[in-house]
Design a protein around this ligand. Sequence first.
Ligand code: ATP
Length: 366
Amino acid sequence: RKRIAVMTSGGDAPGMNGAVRAVVRMTLQENCEAYAVMEGYQGLVEGGDWIKQMEWADVRGWLSEGGTLIGTARCQDFRERPGRLRAAKNMIEKGINGLVICGGDGSLTGADTFRKEWPSLLSQLASSKEITAAEQEEYKFLNIVGLVGSIDNDFADTDATIGCYSSLGRICEAVDYIDATAFSHQRAFVIEVMGRHCGWLALMAGVSTGADYVFIPENPPPEDWEAHMCDIIKNHRALGKRKTIVIVAEGAHDRDLNKISPTKVKDLLSGPLKLDTRITTLGHVQRGGQACAYDRQMSTLQGVEAVRAVLDAKPGDASHFISVVENKIVRKPLLEAVATTQAVAEAIENKDFDKAVSLRGDEFKE
Ligand code: ATP
C-alpha cells in the first residue's frame, strides 16, 4: 500500500488547509495511507512524531480554517545535503513513497532537488547501513508533486496560486474601509501591500478598488514619476474626487531600482499637493483569515489531482506541479515554471522591465 505524505512550506496562504484536506482524503479514498509532515521541511528533517498518520476525521472542518494547521517553517537544514539525507532516512523509516508539497517557488525548487538527489541519498544511506539493500530497492523511486501555495500569485504557468484571491479580497475589503474615512475627510491614503517581486496583489487591488496610482516592481513608473503621479492625482481632484488612494507593493522601486517607499509617496502628496495624507501598511492581515470560495474550491480540486499525479508518476518522469490554466486543472513540469518564475526576478534586477512584464502577462502592461 502506498503511503503519501502532504506538507505545507514557505509563507502560509489561505487555502493550504483545503489542499491538505483534499490530499489526505483522496489518498484514503485511493486505498493508500495518508501522512502529514508538520512544520514544512523541518518536520521531514526531524522525522519521528513530526510525521503523523492522518485519518479522514483528522481534517474535518479544515476547509474554512485560515493559515496552515500542520504548520510551516523556513528550514535551513533542508537547503544542505546532510539535512536532505536525514529527511530521506525519516521518510523511509515511515514507509513514505509519495509526497505532495504545497508551497512557493523556494519550496518547490527544494522538492525538485530532493527528488533528483533521491537515488544518491539512498546509496549513501545504504552504504552507511542506515537502510538495508532491500529498502534501497523498495524505495528507489520517489514521487513528488507540487501545489503552489502563495498569496502573491508569483508563480509562472498557473493562473492563480492557492491563497491569492483570498488575500486580494482581504486587501479590497481593507481599502473599502479606508475609502470611507478618506472620503469623509477628503484625505489621501498610501497603502502598502505585500509583494516583493510580484505586483499582482497591488495591481489587482488597484483595479478592484479604483485606486488613483499603483506602484509595482515589474513595471515601474516613468523616470519623472513624482510629477507624473502628482499630475494624475491633481487631475482626479480637479474632477471632483474627494479622496486619493495610492497602492504601493512592498517591492516597488523606480526604473533605477531605488525603493519607492510609502513615506516617499506621502511626502509628495502632503508636500507639493498639500493633501492631508496617511500611510496604512496592511501587513499580515493580508495572509490571515478564511479562504475565499475560489481558494477552497481550487485547493480541493488541485489536492485531488496532486494525489492522482503521485499515483500516476513513472520512474524517469520530470517533477510536476498542479496548475490552473483557464479554469482547468492541469499538470505542468515543475522545473520550467520555477525557471520562468526566477527569470522574472532576474529581469527586474537587470532593469529589463519589458521582459518582466511579458513573462508575467498583459495585465502588467499598463
Ligand atoms: P514564499 O513564496 O511564501 O516565500 P517559498 O516556498 O518560496 O514561499 P522559501 O523560504 O523560499 O519560501 O522556501 C521554503 C523552504 O523551502 C526553505 O526554508 C527551505 O527549507 C526549502 N528550500 C527553498 N529553496 C530551496 C533549495 N534551493 N533547495 C533546498 N531547499 C530549499
